[in-house]
Ligand binder design. Structure first.
Ligand SMILES: Cc1ncc(COP(=O)(O)O)c(C=O)c1O
Length: 410
């Protein structure tokens, strides 16, 4: 090659540096480091013997078929199982409303590709899931961040934004939200907020993309209907739902599903054809077996107890190590896998991340969860993967690390 490869990259890729969290995780190699950085389910919750049994059954019954291509839209049996699963959650959909994706990340990519042209606006929560930023970024949209409060997306600010854009500038193509135990903050959108969001979606005719990987993992409080279910009780068709088996069953399967109006699902299926073509049949069959042949209620109850206890341990450790005078605050989630810690504004968590590694503890600096107007004094803390003992120890190390800062902050 005469000229460097970089001269050939597409405009999109010229300055693309990749998914920030992936690069951080690569720095955490030392096994002595307690990592609160990942978003991994605990292997202790994996249904391992059930998976082995179903794999044996699958290989002896239909090895030729699992070695073959699957359909683009997804296996019929899995789509049927998903429909029954969603009915448990108050959602009624038909096969034409459902497509199987190669996990939620593909659902996000498909939503971005389907709706966004360069310069189109998209609303995101501030902070939001970094993987969604990475997926949508590919279309070079304009990101419009709306603050998150303890009760979810700040609806008043969203209304002001939509009013301002209406007429003068184009309205956003969609509003992306993670209403249940959000990644990264752990915050849940309250019922009134959900209704108000749907009111705005209807009034301004802007669809909502609801991404909900953690819905089954509620440890406190009462269930709140999903935006998709609430929308169905009204006029319907304002919400596209993105789901995954990653936190439900296991992330290694890379299987998820997206639900929405048939026309949208049909279009997304066409885009999927040019991307991954199909989701592996074996992986889909294992997810079908999970939904139809495993003890879902027993499993969800075990997960809730196990992860819920970890969350309580983490909250107790934070309360113990960070009394109010230290100026540190954190969210108190009702489920999921994360909480969000805000340090005094003078602490830049990008720098603090490296200091904490020396104390053998890691987290994700909050910067990774902003698409615009980045804030630097927050961090995301995961509690699903470390043991309870490690969680207590990790918070002690963070506290020591903060005390050791030259400025003596916090
Ligand atoms: C909010 C949210 N959406 C999507 C994903 C991606 O999930 P998947 O592993 O199914 O691609 C995650 C993973 O952490 C997530 O937290």
């Amino acid at each position: 090659m005469k000229s460097p490869w970089s001269t050939r990259y597409s405009m999109n890729m010229q300055d693309y540096t990749g998914y920030a969290i992936g690069k951080l995780l690569a720095l955490i190699e030392d096994p002595e480091i307690i990592s609160l950085a990942g978003g991994l389910p605990s292997p202790r919750m994996f249904l391992q013997s059930e998976l082995v049994e179903e794999t044996q059954r699958c290989f002896s019954d239909r090895l030729e078929r699992v070695m073959q291509y699957s359909t683009i839209r997804g296996e019929k049996d899995l789509i049927e199982a998903v429909i029954a699963f969603l009915r448990r959650d108050g959602i009624r959909v038909a096969p034409e409303n459902v497509m199987i994706t190669t996990s939620a990340q593909q659902g996000l990519d498909l939503a971005g590709r389907l709706f966004l042209d360069p310069g189109d606006a998209v609303v995101l929560e501030r902070p939001t899931f970094g993987g969604a930023i990475a997926a949508f970024q590919m279309q070079r949209p304009e990101f419009l961040g709306v603050e998150l409060t303890d009760d979810g997306l700040d609806i008043d600010r969203l209304e002001t934004l939509l009013k301002r854009r209406d007429g003068a500038q184009s309205l956003p193509k969609f509003i992306y939200v993670v209403p249940d135990f959000q990644n990264p903050s752990g915050v849940t959108m309250g019922l009134d907020r959900r209704r108000a969001l749907l009111d705005l979606a209807e009034r301004f005719d802007v669809p909502v993309v609801e991404d909900s990987p953690y819905r089954t993992l509620r440890y406190r409080g009462a269930d709140i209907p999903s935006l998709f279910a609430l929308d169905q009780q009204r006029s319907g068709e304002h919400v596209i739902g993105i789901y995954t088996f990653s936190k439900l069953f296991c992330p290694g399967m890379r299987v998820g599903f997206t639900i929405g109006p048939p026309e949208v699902i049909e279009r997304m299926t066409r885009i999927k054809e040019g991307g991954t073509l199909c989701t592996p049949k074996y992986n889909q069959d294992m997810c079908t077996a999970f939904l139809t042949r495993m003890d879902l209620d027993g499993y969800f109850a075990r997960c809730r107890e196990y992860y819920g206890a970890k969350m309580e341990t983490l909250l107790e450790a934070l309360t113990e190590q960070f009394p109010p005078h230290r100026g540190i605050s954190w969210t108190r989630p009702e489920g999921g896998m994360f909480l969000w810690v805000s340090l005094p504004r003078t602490v830049d968590t990008r720098q603090f991340f490296h200091e904490a590694l020396a104390f053998r503890v890691a987290f994700v600096p909050g910067e990774a969860f902003y698409a615009e107007r980045h804030e630097h004094h927050h961090m995301r803390v995961n509690f699903s993967f470390p043991s309870r003992k490690q969680l207590g120890e990790a918070i002690r190390r963070l506290s020591d690390c903060l005390s050791a800062r030259p400025s003596g902050e916090a």
